[in-house]
Design a protein around this ligand. Structure first.
Ligand code: AMP
Ligand code: MG
Length: 329
């Protein structure tokens, strides 16, 4: 979609003005970054429109499939004229890859393509094809010295971090524009800004991986926070009676298979929360718990395929609605 079309599409969506016991807010729903986006803002209607347009703008930069995106040009040519936002996101992705020992890996795109997650033409690749794709996967094939350069065959996928970045940017934009509060929902990403005018806490549900339309538990907190969930239920296909999901282990080239069904990360920063939710999913419960013990900047809730729930100390203090085991430092 071209920019003008985005705008028209956005304006065509009705803005809803509500006063439902939490003060007056405006809200809208749109589709961007392959997901439903819901924006609720306690503030001027113009701010809501600005936030929606910012999401469309960023989506157009980071799309891996849109032939007019910056990322598409970079993947095709190995180098491209990139806007500061794209460079910033690639640098953040690379830093996160280093911090997580490669569990988060923005160079995973050849594998994502191979499994059909880009086109929707899903299939289980042969071992040879996976081995061949793995040759081009790894942060060492991405160079950030003077400009962003990819070695031949290497391609980036920012899908594991872009929604969090967009939510973070929107929250900043709304804050600078004078919004009292906001609740932003981009697929599995939730971002809150400020506190609701009635002083009540934010209550954010965590999906039941077995029944994603239902909440298994909820997180209650005040103030600005990002709450991001990565789950095997969010995108998957079935072949020969087996399920294959979209969070790939860059070591094996296959969907991560470690007993986790979802990971929810809480952090101040949306980009970090998004990248980490993907990374912790790949690490698995034990390694992710150790990683949390060595970190200070996030909390997490883990839901296993067998239904048991684990929460880091900080997350445990906000979690209710289910039984869980506390992960301590
Ligand atoms: P998320 O839903 O944030 O966990 O992101 C999942 C998306 O990130 C997938 O659909 C892929 O596009 C991409 N992805 C898959 N595996 C990885 C990985 N190990 N590191 C970084 N991105 C990944
Ligand atoms: Mg993520």
């Amino acid at each position: 979609m071209k920019k003008r079309t985005y705008l028209l599409f956005f304006l065509a969506l009705s803005l809803v003005l509500c006063s439902c016991g939490t003060g007056e807010f405006v809200e809208t729903e749109l589709f961007a970054m392959d997901t439903v986006v819901q924006l609720r803002v306690w503030g001027e209607e113009a701010l809501l429109e600005e936030a929606g347009q910012e999401i469309y703008r960023l989506a157009a930069l980071f799309s891996v499939t849109d032939e007019s995106s910056e990322l598409y040009a970079l993947n095709r040519d190995g180098t491209a004229d990139l806007s500061p936002e794209t460079v910033e996101l690639i640098q953040t992705a690379a830093a996160l890859s280093a911090r997580t020992g490669g569990a988060f890996d923005p160079t995973v795109y050849p594998l994502v393509q191979l499994w059909g997650f880009t086109t929707g033409e899903y299939h289980v690749p042969g071992a040879d094809a996976i081995a061949q794709a793995l040759d081009d996967v790894g942060a060492e094939h991405l160079h950030l010295e003077e400009s962003v350069t990819l070695e031949p065959g290497t391609m980036l996928d920012l899908g594991g971090i872009a929604k969090g970045y967009a939510a973070q940017r929107c929250a900043e934009l709304l804050d600078q524009g004078g919004a009292t509060a906001a609740l932003l929902y981009l697929g599995g990403n939730v971002q809150t800004l400020g506190s609701k005018p009635d002083g009540s806490d934010w209550q954010i549900g965590i999906a039941n991986p077995g029944e994603p339309s239902e909440a298994l538990a909820k997180l209650t907190f005040s103030g600005s926070k990002a709450v991001v969930t990565s789950g095997s239920y969010q995108r998957y296909f079935e072949e020969d009676g087996r399920t294959y999901h979209h969070i790939l282990d860059p070591e094996t080239g296959r969907p991560t298979d470690n007993g986790l069904a979802s990971v929810t990360v809480l952090a101040e920063d949306g980009t970090l929360a998004d990248g980490l939710s993907t990374a912790l999913f790949v690490m698995g419960l034990a390694d992710a718990a150790d990683f949390w013990r060595d970190s200070e900047d996030f909390e997490a809730v883990f839901i296993l395929e067998n239904g048991s729930v684990y929460a880091t100390e900080g997350a445990a203090a906000m979690l209710s609605g289910c039984e869980f085991t506390v992960i301590r430092r």
